[in-house]
Design a protein. Sequence first.
Length: 320
Amino acid sequence: MKKFLFVLVTVLIISTLVLSGCSQASGKVTCGTADNPCVITFVPSGDTGKITTAGQGIADFLNKETGLNFKIEVGTSFAASIEAMGAEKAQIGFLNTFSVLLAESKYQIEPALAVVRKLAVNDISPDKDQAGTMQPYYRGQFIAKADSGITKLSDLKGHTFCFVDPNSTSGYIVPNIILKANGIDAEKGDITVTNAGSHNNVAIAVYKGDCDAGVTYINVLTDESADLAATYPDIAEVVVPFVDTDPIPNDGVQFVKNFDPELKTKIVDAMLKMSQDPDGAKLLKDLYNINGLIAIDANFYDDFAKVMKDAGVDPASLVK
């Protein structure tokens, strides 16, 4: 009887390992069956309802193109999407730039596609002449109410300030470096900080007066996918940018380590096709205001990672 129970338990354990999570036959991570769909995780950088709707549309498009089954999840935070990939609960990610750096350092995820967008500018952008051109980079912007008296970084001391999320590149990491370089240390209480959770939320908080100033990507105030003017028609007049960041490489699409190369090629090709298809392009536009996708080498973010490290922010030291 004991022998029978031991054999039964062993069989059940093995069966559970085989049926749960992603398949790793021959050391390769595979997915796409009805029982084991490929899970795509999306960071919650905007309106989660819109991200969920567009994300499901993307999953459906990829299913038609590849014959593979897909499932989506929108992370409860930027870190949640990183950890989903680290645990291989999600095999594909639409991570923001700094989350890519963290996930590369912690879990060796592999960038495959970069987003290109029509370059968004504001009234103070140094590259306004490039407005509307397709670029693989963007900038962040510090914003405040037009009548707040805040016109430069030194004016922020003693004020309330909205960041996006600690893993947001343009909504926390880069601006925090800029603030420290200008003698403003959030950790030491020079400003009173709130993490609003999304770029949209930062702009709304500044508009409503919940925060005296904040930081977002350029230009959430007028971005079609954010569409803040639908609810706050005068937001772009009430809230204005006063400082821009340096260029930041765009977000993109990533795969977990050891993802099956043939499956990756099939999915990447389908995503590139989606970016050229009118219906697919609309889904990407609705998702994160994406205008296109380009294939990239795995070292696409290395130069930016070096800039971060030189500024004292080493992603490898931040992972746990």
